[in-house]
Design a protein around this ligand. Structure first.
Ligand code: IVH
Length: 677
């Protein structure tokens, strides 16, 4: 603890620098290195020190300001009413002290509060004018934020208009954008397959998605939103926060599942405990409760400090933690050669599951925390899906312990590892490294790619270890006698695998593209590519410019594909695959389009239809000869729009493209493509 003035000055300087760095990574880069509770502890230490040594206080200290998420590439927009932050507390005493301050101010014990979930998402402010959503802006620095309307409009559950007629002429509505765990996992699986770095938790992925420049990319990741707060409002019809919640429901906006109206501290505390028990059932990550004075007149009377209101406080639930011992630190080599250090732990129960491994991210992170084999460590799950090693428990380190030395050679093939400037990852550069080969083949054979039944991890390991397979084409030269020798392989299973390999030769083109494991190319991009250029040779010959104009393909993906096919080894690989008899099919040959009343017509679907699902509507259109495409352009013939249709509908209108509803579609199916609605 800093006791002298000099020590305090030094620690304050250090903390300010550390916190500013973490703010940068959390708000701007959406990739924090520490958990929220760790961050809050640093901030608390700084706040305490600045209070004890006021001579060092400064208005621009990160203890006095809030983070800033604004990025160069976006237009910033000034909030009509600033977006404040909240004071955080982790204990009941501080919550009671908050109440007591208000009791003193109003001279009344039984103050009415609203208790709401504290959602761990990305804060956003939506402006509605005459009931219409006109703008969505991030919090930014609280005064002005980035205009992210294009991405927010892709959120399907967010209506473009408020329901009913009864709304203020202009209102800023605040809430959090989030992503459900299942969607987070789907995207991370795709990223892992494409050799891209993974997002640590759904919040970071949601933050990264909100800040995408291309809303077509954002639309592929399902963001969701939940609204709870009010900014500027003209005229101002609300007297209570609870009344505002009722209005949100009436306008049919997505809002919190439950909130409590309480009187006094006992009822409030009870509501906080109830919320804690319920929160895991909510779709959005909830890391605390927000307690707000219900009366808006009283909120105004209580006022705010420079960064947070006095009428509200966040009570954060403690992250679940456990202490355990690091048995060893192991290294995993990924498909693209990245070396990831993993802490192998004494198994320990934590937040409903048994944890026996935790990622240590990279060399810098191990060094920063000084994690060593034999150390007692704290592991924490705070919304994160992958448990993290928070810190080493001091005083329990075995006397003979040595700092962890990050390997200089790949633990699998012993090639000297490399680390590129500006990259945190350490890589094995040997493309023939058995670990990489194994992972590449596993990926190629997986269900999301060539779907080769019977070619699971254990079989791939044996094939690579025995030197039977060095690269993808070798798979197609395997003979019955090679397989009969493998463990647990008999005549029947060997024949089955050979048959599965044979069948895989005529899979759809996108499966092969995905299976090649090109950086940045997941299943969705592979489908976009195969649809646009349904011929492998032509795809390989396409220039970066030609690739960039493909629907769904941005400049980074285009560059990655062009670079892949520019490499002579990769062209040789494709050549060998074709020589081995692969006749993958593009869309053109995947079955000629049906002939029917909609032949030659292209449709874009948007919003929720009253009876048909989107897939159902798509199938109807395709079976009548029509085509479903993903984005609206001048060439689109019709837009089929349902409830909650977003930007595609706006675009269709601005281009004068006919917009149909479900019953118009049914008429069209009966009358043929000429019966305009
Ligand atoms: S009220 C002036 N209510 O937490 C009132 N904020 O740590 C400020 N948050 O900036 C916000 N759930 O982004 C409020 N039910 C809730 C919330 C909530 C999440 C976020 C919000 C705020 C941050 C402060």
């Amino acid at each position: 603890m800093a006791n002298t003035e000099r020590e305090a000055a030094e620690r304050i300087r250090e903390l300010r620098q550390t916190i500013t760095g973490h703010d940068e990574r959390y708000y701007r880069e959406a990739s924090p290195e520490i958990s929220d509770p760790e961050y809050d502890r640093l901030k608390q230490e700084l706040t305490d020190l600045e209070a004890r040594f006021p001579q060092f206080a400064s208005a621009d200290s990160p203890a006095q300001t809030i983070g800033d998420d604004r990025l160069e590439a976006f237009t910033s927009y000034r909030h009509r009413e600033p977006m404040a932050s909240l004071d955080n507390t982790y204990n009941e005493e501080e919550l009671r002290a908050f109440h007591q301050r208000l009791v003193k101010l109003f001279g009344e014990e039984d103050l009415a509060y609203v208790v709401e979930p504290k959602i761990d998402g990305v804060a956003v402010s939506l402006t509605f004018e005459e009931g219409k959503l006109v703008r969505a802006v991030t919090r930014g620095n609280g005064i002005e934020g980035d205009d992210v309307t294009h991405n927010v409009r892709t959120i399907r559950s967010l209506p473009a208009r408020l329901a009913g007629e009864d709304w203020p002429a202009m209102i800023e509505i605040r809430g959090e954008i989030f992503m459900e765990t299942a969607e987070f996992e789907r995207i991370n699986t795709e990223r892992a397959e494409a050799g891209l770095p993974l997002y640590a938790n759904p919040r970071n992925l949601a933050a990264g998605t909100v800040k995408l420049l291309d809303s077509r990319e954002a639309a592929k990741r399902r963001l969701r939103i939940v609204l709870y707060g009010r900014g500027y409002c003209e005229p101002m019809p609300f007297e209570r926060q609870s009344g505002f919640h009722d209005a949100l429901r009436k306008w049919e906006l997505p809002t919190v599942d439950k909130y409590w109206v309480t009187r006094g501290m006992e009822e409030t505390w009870k509501a906080v405990t109830e919320l804690d028990a319920l929160r895991h059932d909510f779709a959005y990550p909830t890391d605390g409760a927000v307690i707000k004075l219900d009366s808006i007149a009283r909120q105004e009377e209580a006022g705010s400090t420079s960064k947070a209101p006095r009428w509200a406080i966040a009570y954060k639930f403690a992250a679940e933690r456990a202490e355990t011992v690091v048995r060893a630190i192991s290294i995993q080599v990924g498909r693209t050669g990245t070396l990831t250090p993993v802490a192998e732990l004494e198994p320990v129960p934590l937040a409903g599951s048994t944890v026996s491994r935790a990622t240590l991210h990279n060399a810098d992170e191990i060094a920063r925390k000084d994690v060593r084999a034999g150390d007692a460590v704290l592991v924490e799950k705070a919304g994160e899906i992958i448990p993290a090693v928070v810190a080493v428990v001091p005083g329990k380190r075995p006397p003979d312990s040595q700092p962890y030395a990050f390997p200089e050679k790949c633990p699998v093939c012993e090639t000297a590892v490399i680390r590129l400037p500006n990259e945190v990852a350490t890589r094995c550069p040997n493309l023939s490294c058995p670990a990489q080969v194994r992972r590449r083949i596993q990926h190629f054979a997986s269900r999301q790619c060539m779907d080769i039944e019977g070619l699971g991890e254990a079989v791939v390991d044996q094939l690579v270890n025995r030197g039977l397979v060095h690269s993808l084409p070798d798979l197609y030269h395997l003979r019955l006698e090679d397989l009969l020798d493998l463990e647990k392989f008999a005549q029947k299973s060997s024949e089955n695998l050979l048959r599965a390999l044979e069948e895989s030769k005529s899979r759809e083109l996108w499966r092969l593209i995905h299976g090649l494991g090109i950086q940045h190319i997941g299943a969705t991009a592979s489908k976009d590519l195969a649809r646009a250029i349904p011929d492998l040779e032509k795809l390989a010959a396409a220039s970066e410019e030609e690739l960039t104009v493909i629907d769904g393909i941005g400049p980074i993906t285009a560059r990655s594909i062009a670079a892949y096919f520019a490499n002579a080894d990769n062209r040789e690989l494709i050549h060998k695959l074709t020589a081995a008899g692969l006749t993958v099919r593009g869309e053109e040959t995947a079955g000629a389009p049906a002939e029917g009343p909609l032949s030659g017509k292209s449709f874009v679907l948007t919003g929720k239809l009253p009876t048909l699902s989107r897939t159902g509507a798509g199938e109807l259109i395709e079976s009548a000869g029509g085509r479903v495409v993903s984005s609206v352009s001048k060439k689109t013939d019709y837009v089929l729009a349902g409830e909650e249709a977003g930007s595609k509908l706006d675009k269709a209108r601005s281009l004068g493209i006919p917009v149909l509803d479900e019953s118009d579609l049914r008429k069209l199916l009966q009358n043929g493509g000429n019966g305009e609605s």
